[in-house]
Write a protein that binds this ligand. Structure first.
Ligand code: NAD
Ligand code: TYD
Length: 355
């Protein structure tokens, strides 16, 4: 038995690979293009593990993907690979179309060809699990109920639109061809191996480097935060017991305005890694020009996955954030590795015009 994971060198994918292999002896084939966001350092502890096979390649490469499927005969494909950063999608949307839309479509076609050739009983138990985001639903008004699985899709950023398109493709491949698919839409993740372009790792990185902590606009935009390993456990549970053709929203019941998240991070750092001058890291907070089209609020109603599949997050925001800060403090080498070279060009491109 084996499974194929795409994007398993990225933030959530690599956490999933570790979480999965902690409880399974199945071969896990990990296909990743190693973009700026993919990092083999996330998988270093698995270098000698025969259960993990890393393959460097693009999900849009039909020949490669079909060869992997034929060779390893996976019982499931878990699709994490994506361009995932909203600000980058504003600067350059076409990479998002290549991977999230065209890449997902090419992957679906490779998987469909493989699945069509399976014997009927194997075909029936096969699953394609598509990992998506709450951002497809758009932005919530302050008092509106949280997103559930029946909300309309109203994506606002190029990233969200490309993920919405990929969700629609997955749905259509189920409806038209009968491919057994599952889709998950999760809220903002945080935790180990998070690339420091996203809010939480960026703030940790900048704080310790003595740099400004940039808050877009008024800092009152709300996100629902979930510890990454809770997301990984939810995905495993959906794979295990989800109903093909269904979508499951995953969230932490944990809405926070950005400024509150940043203040909490500063307090944790003040305690665990105090500044040499004894002042609080909160002094580094700097309000900067807002993101174009910035969604005001996301919130997830995770009632379906909790009642149907019995999943609930194990971490609170406090325990998850403490673990995250501790991980970043203990893994400064990882941070240094991923913030060399191209990372600096990105920081200049994104923040130079915001002061
Ligand atoms: P990430 O950017 O950290 O990692 C993406 C990975 O995909 C990288 O390893 C990259 O090298 C790989 N990749 C990119 N293009 C590829 C291609 N064409 N072929 C093969 N590999 C390719 O992203 P993440 O934060 O780990 O997100 C993983 C998935 O979860 C994405 O689909 C994202 O939309 C979704 N998601 C993310 C969050 C979040 O908070 N980060 C929340 C909900 C859903
Ligand atoms: P981010 O981590 O990029 O995730 P997403 O845009 O997918 O929700 O951003 C989280 C929130 O933090 C979002 O409202 C934008 C805001 N933000 C800042 O205020 N400053 C920053 O430097 C970054 C990267 C994000």
């Amino acid at each position: 038995m084996s499974i194929l994971v795409t994007g398993g060198a990225g933030f959530i994918g690599s956490n999933f690979v570790h979480t999965w292999l902690a409880g399974s002896d199945e071969l896990l084939v990990n296909l990743d293009k190693l973009t700026y966001a993919g990092n083999l350092g996330n998988l270093q502890s698995l270098a000698q593990d025969p259960r993990h096979m890393f393959v460097h390649g693009d999900i849009a490469d039909r020949e490669l993907v079909q060869a992997l499927l034929t060779q390893h005969q996976p019982r499931a494909v878990l699709h994490f690979a994506a361009e995932s950063h909203v600000d980058r999608s504003i600067h350059g949307p076409l990479d998002f179309i290549h991977t999230n839309v065209v890449g997902t479509c090419q992957l679906l076609e490779s998987v469909r060809a493989y699945w069509s050739g399976l014997s009927p009983d194997v075909q029936q138990s096969f699953l394609f699990l598509h990992v998506s985001t709450d951002e497809v639903y758009g932005s919530l008004k302050p008092q509106a109920p949280a997103f559930n699985e029946t909300n309309l899709y109203e994506p606002n950023s190029p990233y969200a639109a490309s993920k919405a398109a990929s969700d629609h493709l997955v749905r259509a491949w189920h409806h038209t061809y009968g491919l057994p698919v599952l889709t998950t839409n999760c809220s903002n993740n945080y935790g180990p191996f998070h690339f420091p372009e996203k809010l939480i790792p960026l703030v940790l990185h900048n704080a310790m480097a003595g740099k400004p902590l940039p808050i877009y606009g008024d800092g009152m935009q709300i996100r629902d935060w979930l510890f990454v390993q809770d997301h990984c456990r939810a995905i495993s549970r959906v794979l295990e017991a989800g109903r093909p053709g269904e979508t499951y929203n995953i969230g932490g019941w944990n809405e926070k305005p950005n400024i509150e998240v940043v203040n909490t991070l500063c307090s944790l750092l003040d305690e665990l890694h105090p500044r040499a001058d004894g002042k609080s890291y909160a002094e580094q907070i700097t309000y900067v020009k807002d993101r174009a089209g910035h969604d005001r609020r996301y919130a997830i109603d995770a009632f379906k996955i909790s009642t149907e599949l019995g999943w609930r997050p194990q971490e609170t925001f406090e325990t998850g954030l403490s673990k995250t800060v501790a991980w970043y403090l203990q893994n400064q080498c990882w941070v240094e590795n991923v913030t060399s070279g191209g990372y600096r060009d990105w920081v200049t491109a994104n923040y130079a015009g915001r002061a």
